[in-house]
Design a protein around this ligand. Structure first.
Ligand code: UD1
Ligand code: UDP
Length: 385
């Protein structure tokens, strides 16, 4: 059996690793253990519960308003003990968080092979997003096998000297998750969402990036306030991230507006069904840039860069940056110009077809010599390079 240790720590990693945990656990070739760093506590536990994942190890590292230094050091030291106990054949990490980088580094120190899910995303700007761009580059350098969601991501890795035979284009596992969560006639668990009038234009807002703390976040919230004041057929729904750097400003600027609903982070099935019923998504999130296009919703990205250019090329995502006037201008156009809106509101799937976990499993079997069949690649992104 292939001793596989899957490690993750934040909400988006859990959402995107959950279908892979399930896929590998179903297959007798794999002995699967799950380790959570709990870089996020409540937001991670929400996801574990929905997917009924009971971790074998919980490093429980989260501290209030934690620093990159403390996350890195705590993961490195605590994950070492798990490696010593488990001695896995392979560790699987996801994405670009500090959990990802620190656990890949620990695995390298222990001379254990590492596989990287969602490998190869790049902006080529080391401070945007910060620290994610460096986390994913450093992780790639430490990894032995790379699961690139798209062809673009594969080409990025090859340009950095990663050997082509170690890269598998699989699609993004988040699309596997979407297949599980989005339902017709869905009833929200967060009851306040059931009373929303979805005949209005619902704009879903999320924001949490470290490089947006301070002035950029203030700009974003002021633009939102102006739009909410101008359009009485618009309702903003904003599940506010638990980071105090976000929460405090969000509540200070946006609270008590009749058309801005500030709520706590919602479960991922609520979130996916909320996207499906929204008019538009405003976000600095990575994951939402993948989910919304596949549900036919335009996305306005509240950042200066994106590592997900495929949907920009497909013209369902526009990168707005964090200047107040530019955000107002782009959103206003999408609210009043139906043709512009409809051009962006087309379901495209450059990020996956729901088969990513299966392809990752097959790639692992092939890599460990348990199968002679290379997995079929995901080709839905080939035209967006
Ligand atoms: C982290 C990741 C980021 C990812 C994001 C997903 C790093 C450096 N950042 O950013 O790449 O996009 O997760 O959401 O890896 N908090 C809670 N409860 C929770 C989660 C967070 O109270 O369940 C609060 C804590 O005070 C914590 C703070 O938020 O210290 C920041 O959490 P942290 O993981 O450092 O940063 P994120 O902004 O969540
Ligand atoms: N999400 C969620 N509840 C929320 C906000 C986001 O389940 O209240 C989901 C969202 O659908 C996506 C993921 O969390 O799958 C994105 O997480 P986040 O924006 O925190 O991180 P990023 O993707 O930017 O790393």
């Amino acid at each position: 059996m292939i001793k596989t240790l899957i490690v993750f720590g934040t909400r988006p990693e859990a959402i995107k690793m959950a279908p892979l945990v399930k896929e590998l656990k179903k297959d007798f070739h794999f002995d699967v253990k799950v380790c959570v760093t709990a870089q996020h506590r409540q937001m991670l536990d929400q996801v574990l519960e929905i997917f009924d994942i009971k971790p074998d190890y919980d490093l429980d590292i989260m501290k209030h308003n934690q620093s990159l230094f403390s996350i890195t050091a705590d993961v490195l030291l605590r994950f070492e003990k798990v490696l010593v106990k488990e001695r896995p054949d392979i560790v699987l990490v996801h994405g670009d968080t500090t959990t990802t980088f620190a656990s890949a580094l620990a695995s390298f120190y222990f001379k254990t092979k590492v596989g990287h899910v969602e490998a190869g995303l790049r902006t080529y700007n080391k401070y945007s997003p910060f620290p994610e761009e460096m986390n994913r580059k450093l992780t790639a350098a430490l990894c032995d096998i790379h699961f690139a969601p798209t062809k673009r991501a594969k080409l990025n890795l090859m340009a950095e000297g990663v050997k082509e035979q170690t890269i598998f284009v699989t699609g993004n596992t988040v699309i596997d998750t979407l297949k599980f969560t989005v339902k017709d006639n869905y009833v929200f668990k967060e009851d306040s969402l059931n009373s929303i009038d979805f005949s209005k234009k619902i704009i879903l807002l999320t924001a949490h990036r470290r490089e947006n703390f301070g002035k950029p976040l203030k700009n974003i919230f002021e633009a939102v306030l102006k739009i909410a004041n101008e359009f009485d057929d618009v309702v903003f729904v904003y599940p506010v991230h638990l980071n105090p750097n976000v929460r405090d400003v969000a509540h200070r600027i946006l609270k008590d507006h009749p058309r801005i609903k500030l709520i706590n982070p919602i479960d991922v099935d609520d979130m996916h069904n909320l996207i499906a019923r929204s008019y538009l998504v405003l976000t600095d999130s990575g994951g939402l840039q993948e989910e919304a296009p596949s549900l036919g919703k335009p996305v306005v990205v509240l950042r200066n860069t994106t590592e997900r250019p495929e949907a920009v090329l497909a013209r369902t995502v526009v990168v707005a940056g964090t200047h107040k006037e530019r955000i107002e201008k782009i959103v206003t156009k999408l609210l009043i110009d139906e043709e512009e809106y409809l051009q962006m509101a087309r379901a495209v799937n450059p990020y996956g077809d729901g088969e990513a976990s299966r392809r990752i499993k097959e790639a692992l079997l092939y890599y460990f010599g348990e199968s002679s069949k290379e997995p079929d690649g995901f080709h839905g992104s080939d035209m967006y390079v």
